[in-house]
Design a protein around this ligand. Structure first.
Ligand code: GDP
Ligand code: IMO
Ligand code: MG
Length: 444
């Protein structure tokens, strides 16, 4: 048995949904540990496309238990829509469980997210406007509501009787918006509670029991390392901890439960929303990547910004998450290019560094240092083994692995489940070696 964490190694949308779905085949339990309906995970199975926001990507396997963990924030209205959509596509949600301690997104969270973004003007973050930041802020401020609060309508009325007037002051006086009515919100949320009640559990206890029964658990991250509240490109981040360490907190398990950590990265880079992005290309090849990669947000439909692969952030993701191996997705998107660049370092004030700068100012002002590799200019979409790949594509992957000192266990060459090259077993294969003083891997 093995318990694995799957995380995004860039700015989100790396293809975590596809890889989680793939690995869920050998998992008994899949736990989503942070984030909310800001996430959009696409899973393509034959002619069906699933766009998941909160439901773990393991849901497509009949017997897999799926848990929305305590570290998530739940917009019940969107979750119910998602349950309806998935069920309409013929997938059962009987094995879906929701942590009673997960926090709830309320109507005022969405309104404040929108209004605050507008107020920030040119300093906006470019959020998904799903109320994520305000929900996590209330959790920290200890004014939040949890799923278990929804389950008790008398208690809910009591809480809303002071939180709604409190939030109305912000809505009206700070943002000039209409106030919310307690009874309307109460009626709406009691309705949501009734629909979700059968799914509510003590999630960390369920996970603990699964651990003791030696069942395989997969922890599914949303967003990505560079969007992490503590370790990302602050303030252009989300309000939770997508990094591997967040899995333990969000699911409610100790670090001793984790056997390995798998990172997912695109063969290039994308970012949606505001914030610095050193390898971004606004026209030309950036547009080719956007078109070929269909780079539009699953949740908001916004065009994703595109750029070359950035091995500095790749190395950072290996470090911050303790990655054992990498899944590289969307290799096929590079198929038509004559040349491919990889960012191998940043020049900051005339000095070249390979380490991610913790100063936001340095990061925003760095100049990427590139190495150029030849493209392959043939389709990789039908490749199913490394031997099927053109030599230049194989060299490209080897170059990335060498730069980041991490093995590539999976290569994805299309959105479909079958469009995958499994290089080595990502769950049971060899773990990443530690590095010696010169940064070279040492034999375990
Ligand atoms: P996530 O948020 O990390 O789960 O990623 P998204 O689902 O938001 O975005 C990834 C997009 O790329 C989805 O539309 C996937 O169906 C698609 N995708 C995943 N892997 C591949 C791949 O190898 N090639 C291509 N062309 N598309 C892929
Ligand atoms: P998945 O799980 C890509 C970005 C937003 C914005 C910032 C803060 O699909 O990879 P928020 O609404 O969270 O307060 O927005 O984070 N963002 C994502 N970008 N993929 C995601 O999720 C994202 N979730 C949030 O665009 O820049
Ligand atoms: Mg996404």
């Amino acid at each position: 048995m093995a318990n694995v964490i799957v995380i995004g190694a860039q700015w989100g949308d790396e293809g975590k949904g596809k890889i989680t779905d793939l690995l869920s085949k050998s998992a008994d339990v899949v736990v989503r540990y942070q984030g909310g309906v800001n996430a959009g995970h696409t899973v393509v199975v034959k002619d069906r496309t699933f766009k998941l926001h909160l439901i773990p990507s393991g849901i497509l396997y009949d017997d897999t238990e799926c848990i929305i963990g305590s570290g998530t924030v739940i917009d019940p209205e969107v979750l119910i829509e998602e349950l309806d959509t998935v069920e309409a596509l013929g997938v059962s949600t009987k094995n879906l469980y929701i942590a009673q301690t997960a926090h709830v997104t309320m109507p005022y969270h969405r309104l404040i997210d929108n209004a605050a973004e507008e107020r920030r003007g040119s300093h906006k973050i470019g959020t998904t406007k799903r109320g994520i930041g305000p929900t996590y802020a209330d959790k920290s401020e200890r004014t939040g509501l949890r799923m278990l609060d929804l389950m008790d309508s008398a208690g809910l009325r009591e809480v809303l009787s002071w939180t709604i007037p409190y939030k109305n002051e912000i809505l009206e006086r700070m943002y000039g918006l209409d106030p919310l009515d307690i009874d309307t919100v109460l009626e709406q949320y009691v309705g949501f509670a009734n629909r979700l009640r059968p799914h509510i559990v003590d999630a960390s206890l369920n996970i603990y029991e699964a651990l003791n029964e030696r069942r395989n658990i997969l922890f599914e991250g949303a967003q990505g390392t560079l969007l992490d509240l503590d370790h990302g490109t602050y303030p252009y981040v989300t309000s939770s901890n997508p990094v591997a360490g967040g899995a333990c907190v969000g699911a409610g398990v100790g670090p001793t439960a984790i056997d390995r950590v798998i990172g997912v990265a695109k063969a290039y880079t994308t970012r949606v929303g505001e914030g610095p992005f050193p390898t971004e290309m606004t026209g030309g090849i950036g547009e080719v990547l956007g078109d070929r990669g269909a780079e539009f947000g699953t949740t908001t439909g916004r065009a994703r910004r595109c750029g070359w692969f950035d091995a500095v952030i790749g190395r950072y993701a290996v470090r911050i998450n303790g990655l054992d191996c990498l899944a590289v997705t969307k290799l096929d998107v590079l198929d038509t290019l004559e040349e491919i660049k990889v960012c191998v370092g940043y020049e900051i004030d005339g000095v070249v560094t390979k380490d991610f700068p913790s100063s936001g100012r340095n990061f925003a002002n760095c100049t990427p240092v590139y190495e150029t590799l030849p493209g392959w200019q043939v389709s990789t979409e039908e490749c199913r083994t490394l031997e099927d790949l053109p030599k230049e594509a194989l060299d490209y992957l080897k170059f990335l692995a060498e730069l980041m000192k991490v093995p590539i266990a999976i290569v994805s060459v299309g959105a479909g489940r079958h469009q995958t090259i499994v290089v080595e077993d990502p769950i049971h294969g060899p773990k990443r070696a530690l590095l010696d003083a010169n940064g070279e891997p040492v034999a375990p």
